[in-house]
Design a protein around this ligand. Structure first.
Ligand code: GLN
Length: 194
């Protein structure tokens, strides 16, 4: 199994570190031709408009869409925005996931926060399944999960959706690559493996 991390902008290095810690072969992806060598792809956090514009410049939009129709993709934060079909702004999107997101929904950089989330799906990789300590940095919220086959994986206490899955596509508002808890990466690997 080999996992690619889209390395146009953002915190791709942190995802590569987690994958290697888990003993998984991982590669930076910058060119369309590099996608053929990987079985799943992570799109990191960063700045979604920048990632989208660079993806257009590198002719990656259609190859990424084709990849996502066959293989797992997980977008974290800006990556989740880029995966969505609607960010309520004019910016390049893959439109692979039937979710509507709201960018910078929790305020500015100084309003970044961390919270323990109950994520039942992670029971698949962790029997005891303690709360997942999630880091939000100028994060988007998932306003709606719009396809019948898509599901909500995690919400804040007030019901705000912060993680969703649609088949082999995953979106998280937060940054699982920024703590030492690798369960979300392990969960993604189960999608790649199935
Ligand atoms: N605020 C960024 C955006 O809207 C996302 C921030 C992040 O990825 N941590 O694209």
């Amino acid at each position: 199994m080999k996992i690619g991390v889209l390395a146009l902008q953002g915190d791709f290095a942190e995802h590569l570190t987690v994958l290697r810690r888990l003993g998984v072969e991982a590669a930076e992806i910058r060119l369309p031709g590099e996608l053929a060598a990987v079985d799943g792809l992570i799109i990191p956090g960063g700045e979604s408009t920048t990632i989208g514009k660079l993806a257009v410049a590198y002719d990656l939009i259609e190859p990424l869409r084709a990849f996502g129709q066959q293989k797992p993709i997980w977008g974290t934060c800006a990556g989740a925005i880029f995966l969505s079909k609607d960010a309520q702004r004019d910016q390049p999107l893959l439109g692979l996931m039937d979710i509507t997101v709201q960018r910078n929904a929790f305020g500015r950089q100084v309003d970044s926060f961390e919270v323990g989330l109950d994520i039942p799906a992670l029971a698949r990789v962790s029997k005891e399944n303690p709360p997942f300590y999630a880091v939000f940095i100028r994060a988007p919220l998932i306003e709606s999960v719009d396809a019948p086959e898509a599901e909500t994986l995690a919400t804040l206490e007030d019901g705000t959706i912060v993680a969703a899955q649609q088949g082999k596509l995953l979106a998280t508002s937060f940054h699982p690559e920024l703590n030492q808890d690798d369960r979300f990466h392990q969960y993604f690997l189960t999608l790649v493996d199935s």
